[in-house]
Design a protein around this ligand. Sequence first.
Ligand code: GLN
Length: 538
Amino acid sequence: MITHPKYIFVTGGVSSSLGKGIIAASLAKLLQAQGYRTTIQKLDPYINIDPGTLNPYEHGECYVTDDGAETDLDLGHYERFLNVPTSQANNVTTGRIYQSVIDKERRGEFLGKTVQVIPHITDEIKHRIQLLGNSGDYDIILTEIGGTVGDIESLPYIEAVRQLQWDLGENNALVIHLTLVPYLSAAGELKTKPTQHSVKTLMESGVQADILVCRTEHELSDSIKTKLARFCNVKKEAVIQSIDASTIYDVPNLMLEEGLDKVVLKQLDLESNQPDLGRWNEFLKRHKNPKGEVTIGLIGKYVELQDSYKSILEAFIHAGAENEVKVKVESIHSEYLSKDNVQEKLSHLDGVLVAPGFGERGIEGKIDAVKYVREHNIPFLGICLGMQMAVIEYSRNILGLDNANSTEMDEHTPHPVIALMESQKDVVNKGGTMRLGSWDCNVEVDTLAYISYNRTEIKERHRHRFEFNNDYKAQIEAAGLIATGYNPETGLVEIVEIPSHNWFVGVQYHPEYKSTVANPHPLFVSFVAAALTYKNNK
Ligand code: GLN
């Protein structure tokens, strides 16, 4: 154990979408695998207080932590790689920084001073960066700065990093700069100039990169590395190649081969050991050598976007490896699904997952899909809105409750089988006001949920406003859709199942947020197993 926490800052240059989050998570994994207590934080330079109010078209999925923070999807990668929960402190936006400073100003805490970007905003950023370090829970804190250097909105963050490097002193902090080394096919060459310019931009703000991680489609030759080292003021061993990988889960091993962990530990004056990646490599081996394949339909309204169902897709990778099968996920747009084409679009699938979501768009397609899989005994997992759709479908088609709906979609429905909780009725503000974060759930024995979790007390993460309406519970259960999990304090229904069906489970919470490489989520593992059985019995 080390007495003073060490800080690693990860900045990005040249282009966005280079995968800073994956590089940070991979390095953190290597450090954790050498016995260092490691965490990662993401600083996002936008003005929203958190991504909770953002449409998935903007930054992809909104990830949710145990303590109910609505965060950037990179935190999902951190948890999946490290298997350590993140929290509110792991994601900070410019909006939140300004909000705290402005609140302090209103309380008179600045004693009549003029409140300015420097020092007040930068001080608040420095404070947020050090919160995790001061908790005493970690040896090494990696802080990923969102955006690209040179962006106007990133400036206060880069300045905070510059100051912190001085405050913390030598060997206690370092800067990793992630850049792109593009290949110009016409010239047949890799080009270093964009990286040189990006390092120069960083230097204009007084920050010298200690380590360069260079994204590239082709191997960086020795002479390219020498050139980058010479023109960017870094040691040659600190020029790290990050070549395109077939899976993000290869990146820790690729970084290990490049010696990223060694350079980092040396600069931080910490001992480096052989990382223990046993469990990780075991997972990789199973992931890369599947013995079979199942096809699961993912029904949602953002399916054209890779990032909007990130945690669900990753949970399938974990559950696939656990079952030693490849899970082929077929994205199906709910808006284009109808009674007339469900057969054609779904009949070949081995399982169907109806995705979470908000608003009316595409919901009738989701309901048609649930009806089809229910009638054809195809394994079904409904998450959040997906579970609500299952309840609505059952109410309409089995109980004969015409126009049953959620009051989210139809305020005046004659049968509000999904409705707003009393405590949500007066909520006006949008951000951070849903039922969020980890809630207890008691699982009934002899149910699919119990068989999957193998326990009666679980905790799962939520992000929704509407709930199963308990006024309809007796009626719905008598007809064959039963509640198999509920919150012990409120009695809210968290899990529903159809015992007469092959494998039909709807959950009001989001199991996908808790699936990690080390702990594939039990419900996803069972769902994939059920899909495999279904396929084999076809
Ligand atoms: N829109 C639904 C609700 O608010 C479901 C939310 C979700 O799927 N995350 O209850």
